[in-house]
Design a protein around this ligand. Structure first.
Ligand code: NDP
Length: 335
């Protein structure tokens, strides 16, 4: 089978492509430039990988040529979407690219992907949970939950903007299915914060992708940095990659939203793990108030993703391994 992966250069997508290749799939990735494509091709070092240029997923017809050229594609994984918290024009930089990118992908598959039977959209836990409910310990979040954010509220700040972008993009996908009744089946992957190592050691840069940077920043900011009250759910990128395969391989995954979440964390949880497990960091990162993460986590909603976990059928990597593996790779790369 031949799998098309949009945004193939991304943190998550590189792991997805790597996992697909090791499972003997042929992969066509979309990237934004030949420089990026050639770089990825040299990392992957596989005759089963090739790339097509899609400079901007938001441009009308963005994926048309790539799919016309590759009628052999049977599975389409749409991962490309802006993920950062630095937008100044939220509609232009986050909401519209996410929504139109998703619509462009689905339109192209509908028109030209005559052999595509399965489509997986990399959505997010951000499309599942409403910010105000996330901090209500009485709330139980499931695969049926939706972020109730409005387009207007999404424009208020970059974090809401990102969360809104994922919500409206996923809604657009399900609406497309309803409206066009295509012959392909859609599934979505809804991960919470994704941690874990980069797919290749050489991809460790000073500044990493948004979710990895939460951990990287702890290393960069020194022992006296104040610890931000960041808290949420997490999942390891290697599990996110495996889940993308399950999402198109398994019958039970059809039309499902898969919440990928291995547990809750705060920045204090990460700091505690690092101080306990990586001796060379002693004195170089904050100590904070060890163990106080439990109370902060108790103030959050409960995530019941048992349905997703049953479909996935594999055990998720825990916070300790995810964090330690991330940081060991960073420390190694900096030596
Ligand atoms: P990255 O920033 O590493 O990857 C994003 C990818 O999308 C990059 O390849 C980027 O290309 C591409 N992209 C962004 N905007 C455009 C555009 N307008 N046109 C073409 N390509 C574009 O982030 P992640 O790997 O973390 O994220 C991948 C997906 O997973 C996203 O959909 C994100 O929302 C989702 N996700 C991520 C989570 C996380 O914690 N990491 C959690 C939940 C969901 P380039 O770099 O060349 O600009």
């Amino acid at each position: 089978a031949t799998v098309f992966v949009s945004g193939a250069t991304g943190f998550i997508a590189q792991h997805v492509v790597k996992t697909l290749l090791s499972s003997n799939y042929k992969v066509i990735g979309s990237v934004r430039s030949t420089t990026k494509g050639d770089h990825l091709k040299s990392l992957l070092n596989s005759p089963n990988f090739s790339y097509e240029i899609v400079e901007d997923v938001e441009k009308e017809g963005a994926f048309d040529q790539a799919l016309q050229k590759h009628p052999e594609v049977t599975v389409f994984l749409h991962t490309a979407s802006p993920f950062h918290f630095k937008a100044t024009d939220i509609e232009k930089e986050l909401l519209l690219p996410a929504v139109n990118g998703t619509k462009n992908a689905l339109n192209a598959i509908h028109k030209y992907g005559s052999n595509v039977s399965r489509v997986v959209i990399t959505s997010s836990y951000a499309a599942i949970s409403t910010a105000s409910k996330e901090v209500d310990p009485n709330v139980v979040v499931t695969e049926q939950s939706w972020n109730e954010i409005s387009w207007e509220d999404a424009k208020k700040d970059p974090v809401s903007g990102y969360r809104g972008s994922k919500t409206f993009a996923e809604k657009a996908a399900w609406e497309f299915v309803k409206e066009h009744n295509p012959k392909f089946v859609v599934s979505t992957i809804n991960p919470s914060f994704v941690f874990g190592p980069q797919a290749y050691d050489s991809e460790v840069k000073d500044s990493l992708n948004t979710s990895s940077e939460f951990i990287n920043a702890i290393l960069k900011n020194g022992p006296d940095a104040t610890i931000a009250p960041t808290r949420g759910g997490f999942v390891d990128v290697r599990d996110v990659a495996k889940a993308h395969l399950v999402a198109f391989e398994k019958e039970e995954a059809k039309n499902q939203r898969l919440i990928l979440n291995a547990g809750r964390f705060t920045l204090q949880s990460i700091i505690d793990i690092l101080n306990e497990n990586i001796p060379e960091l002693k004195g170089k990162i904050p100590v904070g108030e060890p163990g106080t993460d439990k109370a902060a986590i108790a103030g959050l909603s409960t995530i019941d993703n048992s349905k997703s976990l049953a479909i996935l059928g594999f055990e998720l990597i825990d916070l300790k391994k995810s964090v330690v593996d991330s940081v060991q790779q960073i420390l190694q790369a900096r030596k």
